[in-house]
Design a protein around this ligand. Structure first.
Ligand SMILES: [Ca+2]
Ligand SMILES: [Ca+2]
Length: 139
């Protein structure tokens, strides 16, 4: 059943990328490629912190709707626990760690790339990975 669904998904993808050359499709596949990894909850905390700093363009220690990535803007009310219309560092970390725990299928305190992929299929929000927020990327 699972194979059938994946095959169907691949066919939909192939249909959508109809006009593109093979090269463009390969580049897309490369851009979406995430090397296998195991991310501990502690590592993830650092990743989330760095992402907060990068998103907080005006450095006021809160994220307004326009500072949030597009796919999170729609979830501002959910992330903004105290309802002040902005996301504090605490609110950001709490929400992200809750997502992390939701993806940690076997509750061993780490999320593997497999677990992350599975969560992606279930339409959970993508979590930032260490590769996306390298430790050297701090202002
Ligand atoms: Ca801000
Ligand atoms: Ca808030």
């Amino acid at each position: 059943m699972r194979m059938v669904m994946m095959a169907a998904g691949a066919m939909v993808l192939a249909a959508c990328s109809g006009g593109k050359s093979d090269v463009a499709v390969n580049e897309e596949a490369l851009a979406n490629y995430v090397p296998p990894f195991v991310m501990s909850r502690l590592d993830f905390g650092g990743v989330v912190e760095r992402r907060f700093r990068r998103l907080d363009v005006n450095n006021d220690d809160k994220l307004t709707r326009n500072e949030l990535p597009k796919r999170l803007q729609a979830r501002l009310e959910e992330i903004d626990r105290d309802g002040d219309g902005t996301v504090s560092n605490d609110e950001w970390s709490a929400w992200m760690l809750a997502r992390f725990d939701a993806q940690d299928a076997n509750h061993d305190g780490s999320v593997t790339s497999d677990e992350r992929e599975r969560a992606r299929e279930l339409q959970e929000t993508d979590l930032p990975t260490p590769a996306e927020e390298p430790a050297g990327n701090v202002r």
